[in-house]
Design a protein around this ligand. Structure first.
Ligand code: ADP
Ligand code: ZN
Length: 723
C-alpha cells in the first residue's frame, strides 16, 4: 500500500503531498514518522491507496506509526484545504490546529499504571510465606489496587510470586488524567419558560442552519444551549460549546457535567499537557461527546457534530491573533456545513456584523427580551466625573459609587468593580518636562506594579526599576498617572477598611486554577468586592452581586477605531449584566467624563436596537464594515533597511492590484503602525479599506511572497486591535 503524507514542516516549499510505502493496516488520519531529506520527521497520513504514481522501489517506507487509532478525524482534510486556501498557510499549519500542541513532537504520551487484581484462583501458601498471605488477604478484600503500592507494602518478591502462582494478575491500564475533578456539579434540568421553549422550537423548525440568539443578560440562554446539546446527544450526535474566556470554562463545565456527566470534556490551554492529551483522546475516541473550551476548541476532534454553540459571539477573543488569523465563526460555519450541524451564536450584544446578517435574513434571529422571572435589568446610574473633580473629589470613586458600595456592603451583598487596565497606574509621567517612561524594546508606555515595585511592559514583559527622578530632566516630580486595578484595591481598602477584596487580572491569575480559585472564593462569598479587568465582564453568574461599578466608561470610547462605539456598548451591557441576577434588584454606577455621549445613552436604556440602527447607518454613510473590509498588511522585522524595503515592495504590489481594480479600493496607504516597535521588531503597515473580499486572495499571496526569514508579512482582516 501507499501512504500520501503531509510532512509537519511549516514551509511553502514542502507544502505538497509525499508518498511512502506502508503496511496495509495503516489508517488515514494517522500520525507517522517518515524519512525526509536525510532526517526522520513527523507527518500526517491523508490517504492510503493501493496505487501510486511512482514505482514502489523508488519510495521509502513509513518509519513509525504513532497512536493506536488515527488522531485526525476525516473532516480535517476537508477543513485543511479550506483553511489553507482561505488564509494562505501551508497545509501542515492548518492541520496543526487540530492537534494539541504538546502532542506533536511526541512531547506527551498516554499515561499507564499497573494494577494488581485478585483472580480468585485457589493456591496453597506455606506457613512461612507471611507477606504473601497478608498481601493476598488485602487484595481479596480490595479486589484490586495499585501494583507499585502493593509492592512497597508487602515486598516485590511476595507480590510477584503471588502473580506467578496465579492468585493475582497484573494489568496495565490507561490512566485518564482528568482536570477539575473537584468541580461541583450543578444544573438540574429546569422547566423551560415559554420564551426558551419557543427559541428551541425555532432552532429546530427553521430551514436556516445558523441562528443568532439575541437575549438580554440573564435571559436563560445557557439553558437553551444545554437543551440543544441534550437533543443532539440523544440523537447520537456530538456538540461543541465555545466560551470567550478560559476563566468561564470551569463554570460551564460544571453545568455540563451536572447534566451530561463524563460525556463532557474540556479543552483548555491552562490544563497540564497530560490532562489535555487525555481529554482530547476522550473526545477523539467517542467516549466524550461534548467539547467545551475557548476559541481553539472549535477544532475539537469530534465526528458527526450536531451543534456548535458560540456564546458571547461578539467577543474579540474569537479572532485568532497568531497565524493562521482565523475567525472562529467562519471555521464553525465550515464545520457546521460539513456536518449538517446547527450553529448557534449567542449574545446580549451581538456584533454589528452578525446582527446585519440576521436582519437581512442570512441567518435566523431569535430574540429573548426579558430576564428569567421577568427580573428587571439593573438600573444604571451615570456619575459625571467632571462634576466630581469640580467638587474636589480626585479619587477614582464618585460619591454615587461610594454611597452604593456602602449600602451594598451594609446589606451583606457583593459588588464588582470593573476597569479596563491592570497595574497600579497607567503611566509614569514627569510633571516638569512631560517625559513618559517607555519600554526600550517596544514603543509603549510602562505600567507601575506596586507588588513588585517595578515598571512593566505589558507587551514584552520587560521589568524596569522604579523612577525617583526623571531620566530626561532630572526633575523630582514624577507622577504616577491614572488608575489601575492595584491602585483601586488600595483605595478601596482605605475607603472600606473592613471589606474583603479580591482582584482578578492577568497579574493575579496564573496556572489553570488561577481564575477558578479567585472566582470560587467570590462565589462562596468569602469576599465582598471583586475588582478586575475585562476578565470579570463576561458571562459570570454570581447571585449575590447587586452592585457593579464601571470606573472609567470612556476608556474604550476614545480609541480611534471604528468599533469603539460598539465595544463600549458591549462592555457596559456585559458588565452591567453581572448585577442583580438572582434575588434582589441590581444597580450599576457608570462613571464617565462624557455623560451626553449617545453610545452611553443607548447602553443605559438597554436599547440594543436603537444602538444598532444608529451604528449601522453611521457605518453605511462612512463606508466602514460591514459595508467594507478593513485590511491591514503588517510588515515587521528587526532590520530597519530590510523591513522598509519589504514595505515598499508590498505596497507597490498592492498598488498594482489597485490599478487594475480601482473601484475596489476606498483607501490605501502605508505607514508606521501606532506602536512602532514590539520586542525589538519594527512595525509598519499597509492599511486599506476594500469594497469587498474580491482582492483579498491576491493580498494574502503578496504577504506569502514577501515574507522572508528576517521580515514577516501578514494580513489582518477587520483587525480587532489596530495598535
Ligand atoms: P444568560 O446566559 O442569558 O445570561 P443564564 O443562562 O445564566 O442567562 O440564566 C440566568 C439565570 O436564570 C441562571 O441563574 C439560570 O440558572 C436561571 N434560569 C435559566 N432558565 C431558567 C428556567 N427555565 N427556570 C428557572 N431558572 C432559570
Ligand atoms: Zn516591551
Amino acid at each position: 500500500m501507499y501512504a500520501k503524507v503531509i510532512v509537519d514542516i511549516a514551509h511553502s516549499q514542502v507544502d505538497k503531498i509525499f508518498e511512502y510505502t506502508c503496511p496495509d493496516t495503516l489508517k488515514v488520519g494517522s500520525r507517522v514518522k517518515v524519512p525526509f531529506g536525510g532526517r526522520v520527521i513527523e507527518g500526517f497520513v491523508i490517504d492510503v491507496s493501493p496505487n501510486s504514481l511512482y514505482p514502489a522501489e523508488k519510495l521509502k517506507p513509513v518509519a513509525e506509526v504513532f497512536d493506536e487509532a488515527p488522531a485526525l478525524v476525516p473532516e480535517c482534510f476537508n477543513l485543511m484545504e479550506s483553511i489553507a486556501r482561505r488564509y494562505r498557510v501551508p497545509k501542515a499549519v492548518a492541520l496543526r490546529l487540530f492537534l494539541p500542541s504538546e502532542m506533536r513532537l511526541g512531547k506527551v504520551r498516554e499515561a499507564f499504571k499497573n494494577f494488581a487484581v485478585y483472580t480468585g484462583g485457589q493456591i496453597k501458601l506455606s506457613a512461612s510465606a507471611k507477606k504473601q498471605k497478608e498481601a493476598l488477604e488485602y487484595l481479596k478484600e480490595q479486589g484490586e489496587c495499585d501494583y507499585t503500592e502493593l509492592c512497597e507494602n508487602y515486598g516485590r518478591g511476595a507480590v510477584n510470586s503471588l502473580r506467578d502462582k496465579g492468585a493475582i494478575k497484573i494489568e496495565k491500564r490507561k490512566l485518564a488524567r482528568s482536570p477539575f475533578t473537584g468541580l461541583p456539579q450543578v444544573g438540574d434540568e429546569k422547566i423551560l419558560t415559554p420564551a426558551q421553549a419557543q427559541a428551541i422550537e425555532t432552532i429546530y423548525s427553521s430551514d436556516k442552519h445558523t441562528h443568532l440568539l439575541h437575549g438580554v443578560t440573564g435571559s436563560g440562554k445557557t439553558e437553551i444551549y444545554l437543551n440543544v446539546i441534550a437533543r443532539e446527544i440523544l440523537a447520537g450526535r456530538t456538540a461543541i460549546f465555545l466560551v470567550p474566556e478560559i476563566s468561564l470554562t470551569p463554570q460551564m463545565l460544571s453545568q455540563l457535567r451536572g447534566r451530561f456527566g463524563n460525556a463532557a470534556a474540556i479543552l483548555h490551554s491552562g490544563l497540564s499537557a497530560g490532562e489535555r492529551f487525555d481529554e482530547w483522546w476522550r473526545l477523539r475516541s467517542g467516549e466524550a461527546k461534548i467539547a467545551i473550551g475557548a476559541r481553539s476548541a472549535v477544532f475539537a476532534p469530534l465526528e458527526n457534530i450536531g451543534a456548535i454553540i458560540i456564546d458571547e459571539e461578539h467577543d474579540a477573543s474569537y479572532v485568532s491573533e497568531s497565524a493562521p488569523r482565523y475567525s472562529t465563526i467562519e471555521i464553525a460555519q465550515m464545520r457546521a456545513e460539513y456536518n449538517g450541524a446547527k450553529l448557534i451564536l449567542g449574545s446580549a450584544t451581538p456584533s454589528v456584523e452578525s446582527y446585519v446578517d440576521a436582519t437581512e435574513g442570512r441567518i435566523n434571529l431569535i430574540t429573548l427580551k426579558e430576564r428569567i422571572n421577568k427580573k428587571p435589568l439593573p438600573e444604571i446610574i451615570i456619575a459625571d466625573m467632571r462634576k466630581e473633580v469640580r467638587r474636589g473629589n480626585n479619587t477614582a470613586f464618585s460619591k454615587a459609587l461610594r454611597d452604593e458600595l456602602d449600602e451594598t456592603l451594609g446589606s451583606g451583598n457583593q459588588a464588582i468593580i470593573f476597569l479596563n487596565r491592570r497595574g497600579y497606574s497607567r503611566t509614569v509621567l514627569c510633571r516638569d518636562c512631560g517625559y513618559v517612561a517607555k519600554c526600550e524594546n517596544c514603543d509603549v508606555t510602562l505600567t507601575y506594579h506596586s507588588e513588585e515595585n517595578c515598571l512593566k511592559c505589558h507587551y514584552c514583559g520587560a521589568k524596569y526599576h522604579m523612577l525617583t527622578a526623571c531620566p530626561e530632566c532630572g526633575g523630582k516630580h514624577v507622577l504616577y498617572n491614572g488608575t489601575g486595578t492595584q491602585r483601586v484595591v488600595a483605595d478601596l481598602k482605605t475607603l472600606f477598611p473592613s471589606a474583603r477584596i479580591l482582584r482578578m487580572d492577568n497579574d493575579t491569575v496564573s496556572g489553570k486554577d488561577g481564575h477558578y480559585n479567585i472566582l470560587k472564593q467570590f462565589a462562596e462569598k468569602r469576599a465582598d468586592i471583586l475588582v478586575g479587568t475585562q476578565m470579570i465582564a463576561k458571562g459570570h453568574d454570581f447571585p449575590a452581586v447587586t452592585l457593579v461599578g464601571i470606573l472609567d466608561a470612556d476608556m474604550s470610547l476614545h480609541f480611534s477605531d471604528y468599533r469603539s462605539g460598539e465595544r463600549t456598548f458591549q462592555l457596559i451591557t456585559q458588565v452591567s449584566g453581572r448585577s442583580g441576577r438572582a434575588g434582589e434588584a441590581g444597580k450599576v454606577v457608570l462613571q464617565t467624563c462624557s455623560p451626553e455621549n449617545y453610545i452611553l445613552r443607548y447602553a443605559v436604556a438597554y436599547d440594543y436596537e436603537g444602538f444598532f440602527r444608529n451604528e449601522i447607518s453611521l457605518r453605511k454613510a462612512t463606508g466602514f464594515p460591514p459595508y467594507s473590509l478593513i485590511c491591514r498588511v503588517m510588515v515587521t522585522g528587526e532590520n530597519s533597511e530590510a523591513t522598509l524595503e519589504t514595505l515598499k515592495n508590498v505596497y507597490f504590489a498592492i498598488e498594482e492590484i489597485r490599478s487594475s481594480n480601482p473601484e475596489e479600493f476606498i483607501f490605501l496607504n502605508k505607514m508606521h503602525s501606532p506602536i512602532k516597535k514590539i520586542q525589538g521588531k519594527l512595525r509598519y503597515q499597509v492599511l486599506m479599506r476594500l469594497k469587498s473580499k474580491t482582492a483579498l486572495g491576491k493580498i494574502y499571496d503578496i504577504a506569502v511572497k514577501y515574507t522572508t526569514s528576517s521580515v514577516l508579512v501578514y494580513v489582518e482582516e477587520n483587525p480587532v486591535n489596530l495598535s
